[in-house]
Write a protein that binds this ligand. Structure first.
Ligand code: NAI
Ligand code: MG
Length: 353
């Protein structure tokens, strides 16, 4: 099989970590002749914006549509407001391509030092709603520069939107022999949208005998993530809650430098998009020290999505070996190595498998 992959390296450390992910994929396709990947690069992002006044080409989505998947670096640049970089590039892709599932594994690989005293294994999956919720551009500003100035930002929760993410979480639990799904809510204070969330998740849970649904208010759940992360199996959350919970989860398992994600279109009528959960990291951009593991792992999630769980597992196991050996690590993990040295070492381990 030959896959067509669209690559959007983006801004800051995005291109650096994406280069390493491609290095690993290319090494893999040399070793395994049953599959090949054709990469096409799209130089969209903040530089493109400064030159053309837009984050991507006018027919950008039309161009991307034809690909089997998208590998995305990161966007964000001090010269471009975040609302433009995010809302003109990532959001249109996520929304137009109906990538309504954001999957974020929170898994502590061996070799990672946990910041927690309790060093129990952590391995759960968070499904974050990715198409609606709190990240809506409905609302506005009123009475600007007057004492009564105000802003209104609406949250959009639809029954169908909650149903499909909840179903996806329960289906995943079923397929992977999990016993419990945890729902993040706040229906005690957010009494309209979060009540619809709760009711709908409850209804979906009714179709899955043998899988327990537990529901926690987001504030308490954040605390439980720290106090007993080993107790979670599958977590389902709205767009904002899922965003915050997964950065917290990432911090428990090695940080943003090792945390991958997939934006999934389950119906497969559009390409899905894979990206590290971190941003463009302007504080370390251009220094060659960004950790490429999150992006390499995201590429592994992409291979799994394309139907190659074995190749995906081979990449993750090579990452794990490098972490265990602890010799070639970037500064965020306490090492002194560069982005490309880590990528090279992961490729070496892959060849030794
Ligand atoms: P960030 O994730 O870029 O950085 C947060 C901290 O984590 C920084 O100290 C950074 O150095 C560190 N970090 C992140 N990735 C790392 C890696 N691979 N290796 C080592 N250290 C790493 O988040 P921040 O600073 O809040 O946002 C920076 C820019 O990125 C903003 O413009 C923001 O809008 C954008 N952003 C873009 C995202 C995307 O493209 N999907 C997601 C999150 C933020
Ligand atoms: Mg985030």
């Amino acid at each position: 099989v030959a896959y067509k992959i669209a690559v959007i390296p983006g801004d800051g450390i995005g291109p650096d970590v994406t280069k390493e992910a491609i290095k690993v994929l290319e090494a893999l396709q040399k070793m395994d002749e049953t599959f090949s990947i054709d990469f096409k690069f799209f130089e969209w992002g903040s530089e493109y914006y400064l030159e053309h006044g837009k984050m991507m080409a006018d027919d950008g989505l039309e161009q991307l549509r034809k690909f089997d998947a998208i590998l995305f670096g990161a966007v964000g640049d001090a010269r471009v407001p975040d609302e433009i970089s995010i809302w003109q590039l990532i959001m249109p892709i996520r929304k137009q391509f109906q990538q309504y599932i954001n999957m974020r594994p929170i898994k502590k690989l061996t070799g990672i030092d946990s910041p927690l005293k309790n060093d129990s294994p952590i391995d759960f999956m968070v499904f974050r709603e990715n198409a609606e919720g709190e990240y809506s551009n409905i609302g506005g500003r009123l009475y600007q520069e007057q004492p009564q100035e105000m802003a209104i930002q609406n949250t959009v929760i639809t029954k169908q939107g909650v149903e499909r993410i909840a179903k996806y979480a329960f289906e995943y639990a079923k397929k992977n022999n999990k016993t419990k799904v945890t729902s993040a809510t706040k229906s005690n204070a957010i009494i309209h949208s979060m009540k619809l969330w709760d009711e709908t998740v409850n209804e979906v849970a009714g179709d899955y005998e043998g899988i327990e649904l537990e529901s926690y208010f987001i504030d308490a759940l954040a605390a439980y993530f720290v106090m007993r992360p080993e107790s979670f199996e599958v977590v389902v959350a709205s767009n904002l809650f899922g965003d915050i919970l997964t950065d917290l989860g990432a911090a428990l398992v090695g940080g943003l430098g090792v945390s991958p994600s997939g934006n999934i279109n389950p119906e497969r009528n559009f390409p899905s998009m894979f990206e590290a959960i971190h941003g463009s990291a302007p504080d370390i951009a251009g220094k060659g020290i960004a950790n490429p593991i999150a992006q390499i792992w995201s590429a592994a999630l992409m291979l799994e999505h394309l139907g190659h769980p074995d190749l995906s597992a081979a990449i993750v196991s090579s990452i794990e070996t490098v972490l265990q050996e602890g010799e070639i690590l970037t500064p965020d993990l306490g090492g002194k190595s560069t982005t490309s040295q880590v990528g090279d070492t992961i490729v070496e381990k892959l060849k030794q498998q």
